[in-house]
Unconditional design. Structure first.
Length: 170
């Protein structure tokens, strides 16, 4: 039995909600550990607020379409974010790996919302498509910020790491 366009769209809505829950958890853990990178911490904290707004927008799309968000998917996403955060905590170059991972995750979100826009349009959910374009624009801005600032974060880490008695990791 094949899945309909609407069923796929609804499933992807749940996925997007779980993805944003994972992003919120992952970003919160990272921001909570950053001590020596104030620009990165500030931008991550700003994106946490954007992510919370995105979750509200997604919940509105879910509600309007009569779709319950998946508690299981949300929980699995949070567990994945926790595992990623724990793995990063043990790395000596956590801040650089975190910055790279953040950029990669933003690209994943951009691709996910690009797909959701097409699915929403085919499902006749023009309001959903508009919401996803708005969210995608925020993700593009964050990805651009990450890419632009990655060399600076890397340089800052390398300088701190080379200095005697200075913690560079976070």
């Amino acid at each position: 039995m094949s899945t309909t366009k609407i069923e796929n769209y609804h499933s992807w809505l749940r996925d997007a909600h779980a993805m944003e829950k994972q992003a919120e958890s992952m970003l919160s853990k990272m921001a909570g550990r950053l001590e020596h990178y104030p620009d990165l911490k500030a931008r991550i904290e700003q994106h946490i607020e954007e992510t919370k707004g995105q979750l509200e927008l997604l919940q509105g799309v879910l509600d309007r379409n009569g779709v319950d968000n998946s508690t299981l998917k949300d929980t699995m996403g949070k567990m994945a974010a926790f595992g990623q955060a724990m793995g990063g905590m043990t790395a000596d170059d956590e801040v650089v790996k975190g910055a790279i991972s953040g950029y990669v995750f933003e690209q994943f979100e951009i691709a996910s919302y690009t797909s959701l826009i097409a699915a929403a349009e085919l499902a006749g959910d023009t309001e959903g498509a508009r919401v996803f374009e708005q969210i995608r624009d925020q993700e593009v801005q964050m990805a651009e910020w990450c890419l632009t600032h990655l060399p600076g974060v890397t340089e800052q880490f390398l300088v701190r790491d080379a200095a005697s008695g200075v913690e560079a990791k976070k």
